[in-house]
Design a protein around this ligand. Structure first.
Ligand SMILES: Nc1ncnc2c1ncn2[C@@H]1O[C@H](COP(=O)(O)OP(=O)(O)O)[C@@H](O)[C@H]1O
Ligand SMILES: [Mg+2]
Length: 264
């Protein structure tokens, strides 16, 4: 064991290089056969902010998340978390992931508590035997998302909103510094939506970084500090108000307005 200085400088960091972006996607291209899902996609997220990821179906949002999670291997480009290859953050379980509903097998025989406990596996070693601290973290995370009473229910027997909250709880139990949420509001009741928005704001206030894809443009001003418009790459990254400007939305949704002035 190396000795630690008794007093760390005030600016000493806890998770990697805090001068580096929390997430940096650099020239990432992903093709599935003939389909180009991401085409030289680059973006950078600062710590402690909620960023909305907006784009039409097929614009590459889920592929972007899967690339950061290492589920999809890009043909080109790099993904860095806290300045290091994303693999380092994945190995340290620093990235929380709420997959889109279609990407989860809801018939899998696990309970809500089991899923949340998965967030603790990385710290358990090979035995995967939870200790008191793991049970406490899981209980606290369940409490925070309001699922204590449903902890022993099989995940297929949950409402849409409860399913999403289960995976948010996994990220909380995991103590993830970067949270990726793929359409957490799709098929979700208003109470769950409000709960998730509040949790994401709290996580960002704690200094965590949140990237959340959503179709719900109305919720964006309350949810997000900034927004990215996606169409195989980040077309726009800026304030929510600017992202919602019609000319910017039109580009992202493939409805480029006709040019004025009679150019050829
Ligand atoms: N596993 C796959 N095999 C083939 N094509 C895929 C696969 N996953 C996604 N795609 C295609 O890649 C493009 C981007 O998809 P996706 O990342 O799911 O977008 P989004 O999440 O924005 O709807 C779409 O054209 C989609 O049909
Ligand atoms: Mg998707």
């Amino acid at each position: 064991m190396t000795s630690q200085p008794a007093h760390r400088p005030a600016a000493a960091d806890t998770a990697g290089d805090t001068a580096a972006p929390a997430l940096e996607v650099d020239g990432v291209s992903v093709r599935y056969g003939d389909v180009v899902a991401l085409d030289g996609c680059s973006l950078s997220l600062a710590r402690g902010r909620v960023t909305g990821l907006i784009g039409m179906n097929g614009s590459g949002k889920s592929t972007l998340f899967k690339t950061v999670m290492g589920v999809v291997k890009p043909q080109e480009g790099a993904v860095r978390v806290d300045g290091a290859d994303a693999q380092v953050a994945r190995a340290g379980a620093r990235i929380g992931y709420v997959p889109q509903t279609e990407d989860v097998d809801w018939t899998f025989p696990v309970s809500v508590r089991d899923v949340v406990m998965m967030g603790r596996y990385a710290g358990m070693g090979l035995t995967r035997r939870p200790r008191a601290a793991d049970h406490e973290a899981v209980d606290a995370a369940l409490e925070r998302v309001g699922l204590t009473a449903l902890a022993d229910r099989q995940i297929g027997r949950l409402s849409g909103g409860q399913r999403k909250r289960t995976f948010v709880a996994r990220g909380i139990a995991q103590d993830a510094s970067l949270m990726l949420l793929d359409e957490p509001f799709a098929g979700v009741d208003k109470v769950s939506e409000a709960t998730i928005v509040r949790l994401l704001r709290d996580l960002a206030a704690d200094g965590r970084t949140v990237l959340v894809s959503t179709h719900d443009l109305h919720a964006l001003p309350e949810l997000a500090d900034e927004a990215i418009l996606m169409l195989r790459r980040a077309l726009f990254h800026g304030s929510v108000a600017d992202a919602l400007e019609p000319q910017n939305l039109a580009r992202a949704f493939g409805m480029e307005p006709p040019r004025m002035g009679g150019a050829a």
